[in-house]
Design a protein around this ligand. Sequence first.
Ligand SMILES: NC(=O)c1ccc[n+]([C@@H]2O[C@H](COP(=O)([O-])OP(=O)(O)OC[C@H]3O[C@@H](n4cnc5c(N)ncnc54)[C@H](O)[C@@H]3O)[C@@H](O)[C@H]2O)c1
Length: 251
Amino acid sequence: MTRFAGQVAFITGGAMGFGRAFAEALGREGAAVVLADLDEAVAQETAAALRAEGIDALAVTCDVADESQVEAAIATTVAEHGGIDILINNAGLHLTKYNQPFSVLDRADVRALFDVNVMGVVNCTVAAAAAMKERGGGRVVNIASMASNGSTSPYGVSKLAVRGLTIAFAHELAASGIRCNAISPGLIRTANAIADLPQELVDSIVHGKQLIPRLGEIDDIVTMMLYLCSDDSSFITGETFRVSGGMPLSI
Ligand SMILES: NC(=O)c1ccc[n+]([C@@H]2O[C@H](COP(=O)([O-])OP(=O)(O)OC[C@H]3O[C@@H](n4cnc5c(N)ncnc54)[C@H](O)[C@@H]3O)[C@@H](O)[C@H]2O)c1
């Protein structure tokens, strides 16, 4: 399928994990993909690997927490490709240390977490939306987390803010033809997420908290991301979709 032929996708945290998979999936369906990542070396490597697959991929170095770096990365994308149609706000800090109580985590860590996970979404959405408006519309997909459901940890609160921003930007950008939705992944097999967790904890989540007792795979999230970027979801904005094997279900 080439559902995204002629479109340009800006993917934060595109060097590895979900971001790389999102870039690959959108690229395989015809989009030009821009990998905006803090890690220049890995982003360049990933972009080269995608180009070897025939995907139009570009790496740009950018800290999403830094407004001026984000604006420069968006400007580079527009100069290179003529505009932006899709923004995936995926870059995020998720180490287990961010699950400690606020009273235990250093205030500097709390600030860094909110700068990346929350302000990163604000910086990228505002800058990318300005470019999308020039094209008459676009789509934003934010990566939240199941940790936002009833969580009191700094990480969970940062991801609850991502869901709030999804609603706020859906309102703010609707008149410009821009839809904004989010995905709350459960526990998904990405190298960094799994490496950071003890096996007993992984087992207790998969077998104790999910209705579908298997570890989530990146493709489970990619499928939802493609749906939210495509016209199949043209009547949907402001929503967060859980993809978690039925983790704690609540209304
Ligand atoms: N893997 C999971 O199980 C899971 C579950 C729920 C939510 N998430 C969320 O999904 C997103 C991606 O997770 P992942 O497992 O693929 O992570 P990852 O650690 O594998 O990759 C994250 C990427 O983001 C980049 N990055 C980090 N800080 C950045 C910054 N300030 N500016 C630009 N780039 C930056 C990193 O260099 C890296 O390439 C995160 O927002 C995470 O919170 C992951």
